[in-house]
Design a binder for this molecule. Structure first.
Ligand SMILES: O=C(CO)COP(=O)(O)O
Length: 254
């Protein structure tokens, strides 16, 4: 049985005070939950407040990105060691926005996954296809390439130490959600791809869904057999919405 993970990706939103209020709101509601794991990934400047506020709670903290290198002359970058020092348990790697706007290739993403694990945290590897690719029937081909690149560079064993998020690009921030059946089909494909190399790792790896997940559709998505949680964007910016999704995760955990 895979414990559901509901993670909020705040992206580049909020102010110091709104971030603190949001964290406090999540913490209040999270106290009543126990079966699902809950994580929040605020922008880097708010991690310090995050670490202070979530201390002694079950809510985990995550970074949205990380540098491929350990330290040195990399202006503007943030290292995995820094994220670990500020209490991060998770780091989102290879989000489609990073792949698209900042040129992150599969090779760069694989390096990020490795350095996150070296620093004692868990990466959340994001994969997903564009609308064009889906309409051309290339969804599985694209996902396979993104997964296989990590297997080739970091080995199949690396999948024992990470989480995956399937985020169809056409569903991110668009209000269009993959149907539970569409998402389940891709989640199953990802799991089979990994299980084909290592049965036990395939059975264990958590695969989250991301892309316009909201209180109104979370239950249907999270009750699919291979959907093990959510990576939530917009709906993670309102504590009540995020907590409603967390409760759906709890219910799916049985
Ligand atoms: O990109 C996402 C999470 O990483 C999903 O964003 P939305 O929930 O806003 O569609």
């Amino acid at each position: 049985m895979r414990q559901p993970l509901i993670a909020g990706n705040w992206k580049m939103n909020g102010t110091r005070s709104s971030a603190e209020a949001l964290i406090k709101g999540v913490l209040e509601g999270a106290e009543k939950l126990g079966k699902a794991e809950i994580a929040i990934c605020p922008p880097f400047p708010f991690l310090e407040a995050g670490e202070r506020l979530v201390a002694n709670s079950s809510v985990r903290l995550g970074g949205q990105n990380v540098c491929t290198e350990a330290s040195g002359a990399y202006t503007g970058e943030v290292s995995a060691a820094m994220l670990a020092e500020f209490g991060c348990s998770y780091v989102i790697c290879g989000h489609s926005e990073r792949r698209e706007y900042y040129g992150e290739t599969d090779a760069i993403v694989a390096k990020k996954l490795a350095i996150v694990v070296e620093n004692g945290m868990k990466p959340i590897l994001c994969v997903g296809e564009t609308l064009d690719q889906r309409e051309q029937g290339k969804t599985q081909e694209v996902i396979a390439q993104q997964i296989d690149a990590v297997i080739a560079q970091n080995g199949i064993a690396s999948f024992a130490e990470l989480e995956i998020a399937y985020e169809p690009i056409w569903a991110i921030g668009t209000g269009k959600t993959a149907t539970p059946e569409q998402a389940q089909e891709v989640h199953d494909f990802i799991r089979q791809r990994i299980a084909g190399q290592d049965q036990a790792i395939g059975a264990k790896v958590r695969i989250l869904y991301g892309g316009s997940m909201k209180p109104g559709n979370a239950s249907d998505l999270l009750s699919q057999p291979d959907i093990d949680g959510g990576l939530i964007g917009g709906a993670a910016l309102a504590a009540e919405d995020f907590l409603a999704i967390c409760r759906a995760g709890e219910a799916a955990a049985g």
